[in-house]
Design a protein around this ligand. Structure first.
Ligand code: CP
Ligand code: NVA
Length: 301
């Protein structure tokens, strides 16, 4: 039976830790000039309904790097943009591909695509989450700080966005505490928060949320698809900017993550993203290594 990766908990904690071990091995191997060819003859199709730089390039580099082949359909280039249904698209694409990555809007579209596809589907970002980004983020935390279990992570900004929601899922899977600093109207959906009360605390004060944290995370104030609200969001989320003053509240060895693209001067300042605590470039690189491990897992078991 095919196995999809639509949310972080579609792999168990031990399976996710195996991915990290494999990703570390692939990363070291690449640095030493060793290239493994484990996916020769396999084809990945990446389907985008929204823009992308990292997701597209890191999946393409991952698949090609393992000896497979890849095609990417851009947001504006496919018949999806002209109204072909998500199910018909899944039916056809899954006749060509051995594995598919989809970046889309609502999770209803993601689920419909996955239900219809004959081959494994990976969520490359939806409204409800960005699980492959979380894999890279968690791998980066463990590279820098050791095991994340028992640590404190703070997310400041739009607590309802896909990144915040995947971080919430990660808190339960990995056993750490997540504090979400967000204003009213931008807090995580209550239905998702309720079962996670043991691991996730939402607070209105950004400083309170960041106090003592080992990892401080933020994301754009205006996620793709919400552009019409950008001015209102800038107004509401301004006090949640990740700047040096806010970061000074965190633990002395805290690292900073941002999935990128960053809106410098809005949710994060130059001094923080370019500063000594920032792990964002390793975080971006790790997308490729951990996605190699994920593609192997879904294709080879
Ligand atoms: N972080 C991330 O998914 O970046 P892209 O939107 O560039 O793919
Ligand atoms: N929350 C952002 C993440 C971009 C990678 C968005 O959905 O636009």
């Amino acid at each position: 039976m095919k196995r999809d990766y639509l949310r972080l908990s579609d792999l168990s904690l031990p399976e996710t830790q195996e991915l990290f071990a494999r990703a570390r091995m692939l990363k070291e191997g690449r640095r030493a000039g060793r290239h493994e060819v484990t996916l020769a003859g396999r084809h990945l199709v990446c389907v985008f309904e929204k823009a992308s730089t990292r997701t597209r390039l890191s999946f393409e580099a991952a698949m090609l790097g393992l000896g497979g082949t890849v095609t990417s359909l851009g947001a504006a280039d496919s018949q999806l943009a002209r109204g072909e249904t998500i199910e018909d698209t899944a039916r056809v694409v899954s006749r060509y591909a051995d594995v598919i990555m989809l970046r889309t809007f609502g999770d209803d579209r993601l689920m419909a695509f996955a239900r219809t596809s004959r081959v494994p589907v990976i969520n490359g970002l939806s409204e409800g989450g960005h699980p492959v980004q979380l894999l890279a983020d968690l791998l980066t935390v463990e590279e820098r700080l050791g095991t994340i279990a028992g640590k404190r992570v703070a997310f400041v900004g739009d607590g309802a966005c896909n990144m915040a929601r995947s971080w919430m899922e990660a808190a339960r899977l990995f056993g750490f505490t997540l504090t979400v600093g967000a204003p009213r109207g931008y807090t995580p959906p209550a239905s998702e928060l309720e079962p996670l009360r043991q691991h996730v605390r939402v607070m209105e004060g950004a400083e309170e949320a960041v106090a003592g944290a080992h990892v401080v995370v933020t994301d754009t104030w205006t996620s793709m698809g919400h552009e019409a609200e950008a001015d209102r969001r800038r107004g509401a989320l301004g006090p949640y900017q990740l700047n040096e003053a806010l970061l000074s509240r965190a633990s002395g060895d805290a690292i900073v993550l941002h999935c990128l693209p960053a809106h410098r001067g809005e949710e994060i300042t130059d001094a923080v993203i370019d500063g000594p605590r920032s792990a964002v470039w390793d975080e971006a690189e790790n997308r490729m290594h951990v996605q190699k491990a994920l593609l192997e897992k879904l294709l080879l078991g």
